[in-house]
Design a protein around this ligand. Structure first.
Ligand code: ZN
Length: 842
């Protein structure tokens, strides 16, 4: 794993790799798709879609005599061009090639049916965990080709319309406006939608199910939340109804009002991500719904802001090819935070920025490489985290007003267009008058981040002369030298001074006359420069900055630094005062608690334990998390165990159980077994998930039965996934146990049914778990899956897992297995982590 980042760094200093041949990274267009019409019959009950697709196309100057559309495993029965049946079309792999004849506009109609494994997702199957029957689509990245022939790449935009014939007891949703709804035969109703604005293919969306429609009052356009009938209005609209206030906020901030006729949020079961920004019809994961007393609407509101911001950044302006995905995701993530700043205040927004900043720092690949290559087309979570951080950096460097004006121009100039990074850079340069190549080359097109060391020294004055403060910024980056303008904040008894200096090769020094030593010094107080910072100053100076810096990013920096300042009465007192201050944003108190925990002192543990009984569950939760460093401390262990057994809030009890796993695994095992043994209540999911993780890390082989009982396909997804992952890790940890063969047989029997789940995440998790815990029957099922699936990635994972089982079985004595296993383990770990990371975002 570590090889790749090192390589990345080297590349940054070497000449750029040659771009791939045209068509490799981005399919070459020879025809312009102008309109797509789908006429389909769709029901959640038979996992099949059938009907026709009709593309209106116009020739590009280099039009060829055929057109290639994307399709995977569609059963095509007929192709017509301009109404006439054509022969000579051919389908294979992921394409459909159709002869078109002269370079004039054409209408291409394909009649087909399909039983897609992705692109369309069926829910509500018998014996499953869902409350209602439904089928919904998910196109992004390139999955629509599994259920309709399409130009399935974001380098062409077209208008869209659909006639969707569905069982009459169901509700049907698609992009755009509902133009007609008519019963076409007994029990079947056709819904007709029209999307007049041009969109890219992955933004096409449908949803058909046992839904109820809730109107949101007070918006300037029709706004609705559509949700499974099992949810009440209050449950369905909680957090999603904030869209009514978000719309005017974004209208004003972005200068171009929301351009579409309506906005709907469709809540779906067992979604693959948190949300998806299909134009006018955002899909939202049911997990976000506050349908349990312990759940809040915060996550729903956050994803709501993200997907609504996407209607501008992603839908109205769409990235020109996946390489530019940050122009969608970085913007949606950044403007979510602008919403939070507006609705909940700067401290909360600063705390969220901190999380994005740290995650953005961890990214090792260029966010938007200059070279076009499939390698740079692979999803990269940095487009969210680094993307949002880069935009924050630009808004600080240029000034918020200039930045906002530039973005208003960028949106106005690029409506209904495919955009590239250079489009953005030029508007920012035209508006600010400053060339920004240094910034974009480094933080957008380049990989990694610079490292800076900050120090300061006060030279006392003499004979009434003022003293001289010297602040030194030294670049310690290996290899590439970065240029960056850095703000320096100096706290004095008379107020706060801010200066800006450019840092390049070696050291940059700021000198300032001061009458007395500074109360604190902060470099880059508003975290505008994505870099690895090292700074040391006295605890009293960090405390002063944490209390009085005018920038909340700066205050949080100081609070985090206090966690490394070493235990002392003044540090304890300062951090505890933040934690105790219930007027403060809870996220700020949480950071202070994490820092206090890092001091690993008795005073710290004592203070944190008192907060385990705080009336606010968020405080109890972060106190439990912050107690992780206190392994073996009996007082802490007793207090945390009490929380696991008694706290009414399942997320608090869950966090406490994970902490107990770190500080006393025996007690954690006891509690985990108790939780997994008993009948699950409606609020137990978070507890059960953590309990499974405790068994994964510390359980005995005999605990397998406690996990297997949660592998039933009716189990709530999060619990089933945790039990499956834990089963894999538990048996892997006990691979040399005498009874391992019986355990593998049991695990295989319990996991194999999930290979056929309609839910891709469940299928994938079962594949990984069987690779770790399966026997030869599982190997056989995996090879069968690899041979039959139309999903190349899933086939690869299934083959990998089957190979892992076979190599383990064949290897006999321990040694050889270990190395192969370790290599396979690392590769699967990496793949699983990248998948879990990407699923959190979208
Ligand atoms: Zn997104």
């Amino acid at each position: 794993m570590f090889l790749i980042p090192l390589l990345g760094l080297a590349l940054a200093s070497e000449p750029r790799p040659a771009a791939d041949a045209p068509g490799e990274a981005m399919p070459t267009r020879t025809w312009d798709v102008e309109h797509l019409h789908l006429d389909l019959r769709l029901s959640p009950d038979d996992r099949t879609v059938r009907g026709t697709s009709t593309h209106k196309v116009a020739p590009l100057p280099r039009a060829s005599s055929t057109i290639r559309l994307h399709q995977i495993a569609l059963d095509i029965s007929e192709v017509r061009v301009d109404g006439a049946v054509v022969e000579g079309w051919r389908a294979g792999g992921d394409f459909l090639e159709i002869p078109l004849g002269p370079s004039v506009p054409h209408e291409i109609t394909v009649a087909y049916s399909a039983t897609p494994e992705t692109g369309l997702h069926f829910r509500g199957e018998r014996g499953g965990p869902d409350a209602v029957r439904e089928v919904w689509s998910q196109g992004e990245g390139e999955d629509h080709r599994h259920w309709f022939p399409s130009w399935d790449y974001p380098n062409d935009r077209f208008t869209f319309s659909i006639d969707l014939t569905v069982p009459s007891d169901l509700n049907a949703q698609a992009n755009g406006e509902l133009r007609d709804k008519v019963e076409v035969e007994p029990g079947w109703t056709r819904w007709s939608y029209v999307m007049d604005h041009p969109i890219v293919n992955y933004l096409v969306a449908v949803g058909v199910g046992e839904y109820r429609v809730w109107d949101l009052e007070g918006a300037r356009i029709p706004m609705q939340v559509i949700a499974p009938r099992s949810l009440s209005r209050e449950q369905a609209v909680g957090g999603f109804d904030r869209a009514v206030d978000m719309l005017p906020f974004f209208d004003d901030l972005l200068g171009t009002p929301y351009p579409y006729p309506n906005y709907r949020q469709l809540i779906v079961q067992r979604f693959l991500y948190s949300g998806m920004e299909n134009t006018t019809l955002t899909l939202m994961a049911e997990d976000l719904v506050a349908d349990r007393p312990y759940k809040t609407t915060e996550q729903a509101e956050s994803v709501n802001a993200h997907e609504l911001a996407h209607q501008w950044f992603g839908d109205l302006l769409t990235c020109y090819g996946w390489r530019e995905l940050w122009l969608n995701e970085g913007f949606a993530t950044y403007y979510t935070n602008r919403w939070w700043e507006h609705s909940r205040g700067e401290p909360y927004a600063a705390a969220r920025r901190r999380g994005l900043y740290d995650a953005g720092l961890a990214s090792t690949r260029p966010m938007a490489a200059r070279s076009w290559s499939p390698k740079n087309d692979r999803p990269n979570a940095a487009v969210y985290t680094r993307g949002a951080t880069v935009l924050h950096g630009l808004s600080v460097h240029l000034g918020r007003e200039v930045y906002d004006e530039a973005i208003q121009r960028y949106v106005a100039q690029n409506q209904d267009r495919l955009v590239e990074t250079d489009d953005l850079r030029r508007v920012l340069e035209d508006t600010s008058g400053e060339h920004l190549g240094w910034f974009f080359d480094a933080w957008v097109h380049g990989a990694g981040a610079p490292s800076f060391r900050v120090s300061h020294r006060m030279h006392a004055g003499s004979q009434g002369d003022p003293g001289r403060l010297e602040v030194t910024l030294r670049q310690t980056t290996e290899g590439v030298v970065w240029q960056a303008p850095v703000e320096i904040e100096i706290g004095t008894t008379d107020g706060v001074l801010t200066r800006k200096i450019w840092v390049g090769e070696g050291a940059a020094v700021l000198e300032l006359e001061l009458d007395e030593p500074p109360r604190w010094v902060l470099a880059d107080p508003r975290r505008a420069v994505l870099a690895h910072w090292t700074q040391h100053q006295r605890p009293a100076q960090w405390i002063a900055a944490a209390k009085d810096s005018p920038s909340w990013d700066g205050r949080l920096q100081a609070i985090v630094a206090l966690g490394e300042a070493g235990a002392s009465p003044e540090v304890h007192e300062a951090l505890i005062s933040f934690i105790d201050d219930d007027s403060l944003e809870v996220k700020v108190r949480e950071l202070a608690a994490m820092s206090l925990g890092k001091l690993e002192s008795a005073e710290a543990s004592k203070a944190l334990v008192t907060h385990l009984s705080d009336p606010d569950f968020k405080v109890r939760r972060f106190a439990a998390e912050a107690l992780r460093p206190f392994a073996g401390d009996p007082t802490t262990i007793r207090a945390v165990e009490r929380v696991v057994r008694r706290d009414p809030h399942p997320e608090v009890a869950g966090s406490a159980l994970s902490t107990l796993g770190e500080i006393d695994k025996g007690k954690a095992l006891e509690q985990a077994r108790r939780l997994l043994r008993r009948r699950a209540g409606p609020d137990d999911e978070p507890r059960l998930v953590r309990a499974a993780w405790v068994l994964a890390a510390h359980g005995d082989l005999s605990d397998l039965d406690l996990l297997v009982r949660w592998l039933d396909t009716r189990t709530a997804r999060d619990v089933l996934l945790a039990a499956a992952q834990a089963t894999g890790r538990l048996l892997e940890r006990h691979h040399d146990h005498n009874d391992i063969d019986r355990a593998r047989r049991r695990a295989s029997t319990a996991l194999i049914p999930s290979l056929d789940s309609p839910d891709l995440r469940t299928r994938r998790t079962a594949v990984f778990a069987l690779g770790r815990a399966g026997d030869e029957t599982a190997g056989h099922a995996l090879r069968k899956l690899a041979a039959s699936t139309t999903l190349p990635t899933l086939a690869d994972y299934a083959r990998d897992s089957a190979r892992k089982i076979r190599s383990r079985d064949r290897s006999g004595p321990e040694e050889p297995v270990k190395s192969d296993l370790q290599e396979l383990r690392d590769r699967l770990d990496a793949a699983e982590k990248r998948l879990e990371e990407l699923e959190r975002w979208r």
